[in-house]
Design a protein around this ligand. Structure first.
Ligand code: CA
Length: 236
């Protein structure tokens, strides 16, 4: 099997070098870029298997690179792991909304980055219909319609754009209304087994999901000390 190619976009040389070294050692073919413009140019000539993308870059930032990738033919299926500095949590939500599949807060250990990347690549290589079987039922709940085959969500008839992770989390929660799920269960539903669980990433995912759903987003309830539930309103 050909080696998988990873593009790494990072303006800090030492971090770029650290990531490149570790990914190369893990058998990946790595191409590094110091700015967003160079990365976009390279993306236009050929897509990698995955993209590690720093958020803060000189010129066009990581968010914009991600947006452009998603608009390219075939670009929607390329996993993107975004890198952020501490204190950029609001940006993380934006990043996930703009199509990043995962994120890591600096400083991080390269080993964890490699694990996250592998998890994303596995998801991509598994059956294209992935963890959601096309035969699964469409969920209609509280004005929200979730179509697992078309992977579309509408709220009161209006389409709502979701990232792959948000979609899976919503489908998972919506498939069993009023059941309480732990963060671990949600991570497993979204990313598959053996994925490093961080409470923070689940919380960020839910924040983004609520925001996109607008008024009906408040049906996703936080259950203190446990996790989350989707209320169908029948017990209100
Ligand atoms: Ca940077």
């Amino acid at each position: 099997m050909a080696r998988e190619t990873i593009f790494v976009v990072e303006d800090e040389d030492d971090i770029l070098e650290l990531i490149s070294y570790n990914l190369t050692r893990e058998g990946f073919s790595v191409k590094g870029f110091g700015c967003g413009e160079d990365a976009v140019k390279a993306l236009q000539t050929g897509l990698p298997d995955a993209l590690v993308l720093d958020l803060m870059l000189p010129g066009i930032d990581g968010m914009e690179v991600c947006r452009r990738l998603r608009s390219m033919s075939g670009g929607a299926g390329v996993p993107v792991v975004m890198l952020t500095a501490k204190g950029e949590e609001a940006d993380i939500v934006r990043g996930l909304e703009n199509g990043a599949d995962d994120y890591m807060v600096k400083p991080f250990t390269p080993r964890v980055l490699v694990a996250r990347l592998r998890a994303q690549l596995r998801r991509r290589h598994s059956d294209p219909s992935s963890i959601l079987d096309k035969s699964e039922a469409i969920i209609e709940i509280a004005g929200i319609s979730i179509h697992p085959g078309m992977r579309t969500v509408t709220v009161n008839g209006k389409p709502v754009k979701m990232t792959a992770s948000e979609f899976k989390a919503l489908y998972f929660l919506g498939s069993r209304p009023n059941w309480v799920f732990s963060r671990y269960q949600i991570v497993e539903a979204v990313h598959g087994e053996n994925y490093p669980v961080t409470d923070r990433s689940v919380d960020v995912l839910i924040v983004g999901l609520r925001r996109k759903l607008g008024e009906v987003g408040n049906r996703i309830d936080t259950v203190r000390g446990t996790g989350y539930t989707f209320r169908d309103g029948h017990n209100d």
